[in-house]
Design a protein around this ligand. Structure first.
Ligand code: NAP
Length: 683
């Protein structure tokens, strides 16, 4: 199999098919046969960058977030159909069926997740608003808001070898959703899996021309062609990250650089979690699992297992017993729990790192040089036994906190007290994730807050959540992926924050009218439109942003308050006891319930007849700003603030609601959300 690059919407491969011609052989991790050959370069990367900017960018920016989300969903569905052939290829990387679930299913699941978040949480626009209105002037004629727009460059994704599918789709999804074209550079050792997934993406024909390209082999002088509108998103080792980040052009042109790097993640067994407790067993299970899933080639894998000194012996014995049950071998076999490293070069690398660590730790389980292998041959494959190390004095050690053996390797280390455990965990200089195993509030809380500044994620696993927990290592798409310091720099890569890396956040300042017009979101102070027709009589499509009604007033009587109190059962003293209410610093005496004001407001603005308004979906940002006393009058302004299509039959209308008293003072303000029928559905 020849792995061609995909440049300017066509496949291109340079070289004549021999290693002497500069080709790279990619070998099976199971038996060493050549699975694919890749060319070392030969693509015109400058042209690829130009094409992404001139063709891909405009094509993808033309679409709204929702249209892009729809494409991601279609792509995920298409890839779902192709899973069997992808699994088959992925076995050659040493991945078991379970590992494939992480990489292939996980990657496609990430696409689905971004698609549905894009549909639910992003507007049907080419820009997004970020954060609320910022009042900048006393009179309200000068206001501010942040707007996010896609960058005009190209997103360059340099990926690691360990998750060729997930790693690619995890980055592709937010970039495409943001509206940026992408050039993917998969890591060479497992590029044949990334390539197969990418080929499916191209074959699907779902993404517009120029929106995705792939470089197999070297990126050549790609970085020389980047500027401040481009983004490099890198996953891999700290050394390569540093090399790319410090590239002269990257530094000089302030090219955005996102890094996901290696990380010496810790798992901490709490002082309370003695042998025999569920938390002790969960710790042992999780450490053993993290060492062996994906043959330990997971950026989030547990590298440092911290246990109270008094539990060191039983913890080591339990881990040794558990690791002894792990069947290593041909990942295609059902009985095999752990497959191989991605290739023999990776195995040599891991062995070298184990040798380094061995200057501070002793091997408690496994033999780095020999491994019993089931259903395959140890000589030509890249198998390695799980290796458990023990470091007796972690406070005085350095390598165990700084050298990452990217394989089935972890170091067990004792600590004295919780403070000591936190200090040891922090020695990782910033990690992606730490996990805590404790059922004691004080211990767990101290560990969590003590470690949090040094971690992108902390997972607390105990008897109450273990069954449903995703475990130490797997992020959920809406949550943070990334970590501070050594782990990359603390960028949040999960969820919609990941999308925002590919967009520019710009502060807009101006009059409410100007900002309402450009953002298509009505702001108080912008003109109100009165059509003479009640807005509840107009379909989603007919309603205009800014359309407003002002209701007549209604007097709130003491009878109303008492009736409401009896009817609902809410007899809180502020509504029922004049003396007690007066003694309260907020009220002049008995006042109306906030919920009564809301109910009367609805009574004032609702047009009751059957019509396009289908349902009340809820309230956002509700505030009661002034008390309403018996005898006060209230009236309501109801304005169409924003419209978001949801389904072909209906859309969401966000209404700006303001309830005022006789003196024009605002007593309550909120956004009301309704689902309204589209024109054709309500006709
Ligand atoms: P790597 O050697 O640093 O390579 C990473 C990527 O950089 C590969 O695509 C590689 O391409 C490319 N690369 C290397 N030198 C380059 C250069 N001079 N210019 C441009 N690109 C260059 O890392 P790896 O061995 O693939 O991955 C393992 C490491 O990744 C581990 O340390 C692991 O902890 C880390 N990782 C971190 C995360 C995270 O989320 N934090 C996730 C996964 C992996 P070639 O393969 O063609 O050399």
């Amino acid at each position: 199999m020849k792995l061609a690059s995909y440049a300017r919407d066509s496949w291109t491969f340079s070289g004549n098919g021999t290693v002497a011609d500069g080709l790279i052989e990619l070998r099976s991790a199971i038996d060493g046969h050549v699975v694919a050959v890749a060319s070392r370069g030969g693509v015109d990367v400058a042209e690829m960058v130009r094409y992404a900017r001139s063709t891909g960018g405009p094509n993808i920016r033309r679409l709204t977030f929702r249209e892009r989300a729809d494409m991601l969903r279609a792509l995920a569905a298409y890839l779902n159909e192709k899973k069997p052939s992808l699994y088959d290829l992925s076995f050659e990387t040493g991945a078991t069926r379970g590992d494939n679930f992480f990489d292939i299913d996980g990657g496609i699941g990430t696409l689905f997740s971004y698609a549905s978040r894009g549909r639910r949480e992003m507007p049907d626009e080419r820009f997004a608003l970020d954060g609320p209105l910022e009042p900048l002037s006393k009179g309200g004629t000068f206001v501010g808001r942040h707007v996010m727009t896609p960058l005009y460059g190209v997103a360059v994704h340099v990926n690691a070898f360990n998750f060729p599918c997930w790693g690619m789709l995890e980055k592709l999804s937010p970039a495409i959703l943001a509206g940026m074209p992408v050039i993917v550079k998969p890591a060479t050792p497992t590029a044949y899996v990334a390539h197969a997934v990418f080929r499916c993406i191209v074959e699907s024909g779902i993404l517009p021309a120029g929106s995705v390209q792939m470089i197999v082999g070297s990126v050549g002088d790609l970085l020389d062609h980047l500027n401040g509108q481009d983004v490099i998103s890198f996953t891999g080792s700290a050394d390569t990250s540093l090399l790319l980040r410090n590239h002269a052009v990257v530094a000089q042109n302030s090219v955005r650089f996102i890094a996901e790097r290696d990380s010496l993640n810790a798992a901490v067994l709490g002082k309370d979690a003695r042998p025999g407790t569920p938390e002790f067993d969960l710790f042992i299970r999780e450490v053993a699992r993290e060492m062996t899933v994906k043959c330990g080639q997971k950026c989030t894998a547990i590298r440092r297992a911290l246990v109270p000194a008094e539990f060191l012996e039983p913890a080591e014995a339990a881990l040794v017993e558990r690791l002894g049950q792990v069947v290593v071998g041909n990942p295609r076999l059902e009985s095999v729990r752990m497959g191989a490293l991605a290739g023999q070069p990776q195995r040599s690398e891991v062995r070298a790192r184990i040798a380094e660590l061995s200057s501070e730790a002793v091997v408690a389980y496994g033999d780095p040089e020999h491994c019993t292998v089931t259903g395959a041959d140890d000589q030509h494959g890249a198998f390695l036994s799980p290796i458990l190390l023990r470091c007796e004095n972690p406070q005085n050690a350095t390598k165990v906190h700084g050298v990452e053996a990217f394989g089935p390797v972890a170091t067990l280390m004792p600590y004295e007290d919780t403070e000591d455990a936190i200090a040891i965990a922090r020695r990782g200089s910033g990690s992606l994730v730490a996990s805590v195993y404790s059922y004691d509030d004080a211990i767990a809380n101290e560990l969590i807050l003590g470690m949090a500044p040094y971690h992108g994620r902390i997972i607390v696993i105990d008897r109450d959540c273990a069954k449903e927990s995703t475990g130490h290592g797997s992020p959920l798409p809406p949550l943070v992926h990334g970590g501070p310091g050594r782990a990359g720099g603390g960028e949040e890569l999960g969820g919609l924050r990941g999308v925002f890396h590919y967009m520019q956040r710009t502060a807009l300042q101006g009059s409410p009218e100007r900002l309402s017009s450009v953002t298509r979101c009505w702001l108080k102070g912008a003109p109100e439109k009165e059509t003479g027709v009640h807005p509840f009589r107009r379909s989603f499509d007919e309603l205009e942003v800014g359309e407003t009604i002002h209701t007549p007033p209604r007097t709130v009587s003491l009878d109303d308050i008492e009736h409401f109190a009896r009817f609902t059962g809410d007899q809180f003293y502020a509504h029922m006891d004049e003396e007690a209410a007066k003694a309260n610093p907020f009220f002049p005496g008995r006042v109306a319930h906030g919920y009564l004001i809301l109910s009367f407001a609805a009574g004032l603005f609702v047009d009751p007849a059957v019509g396009p308004v289908l349902a009340n979906y809820g309230l956002d940002g509700l505030r009661f700003l002034k008390p309403v006393s018996p005898g006060d009058e209230i009236r309501v302004r109801l304005t169409v603030k924003q419209k978001t299509p949801r389904k072909p039959e209906y859309g969401e209308v966000r209404w700006d609601v303001e309830v005022t008293n006789r003196d024009g003072e605002v007593v309550a303000t909120y956004d009301l959300l309704t689902m309204n029928a589209r024109a054709h559905a309500s006709a």
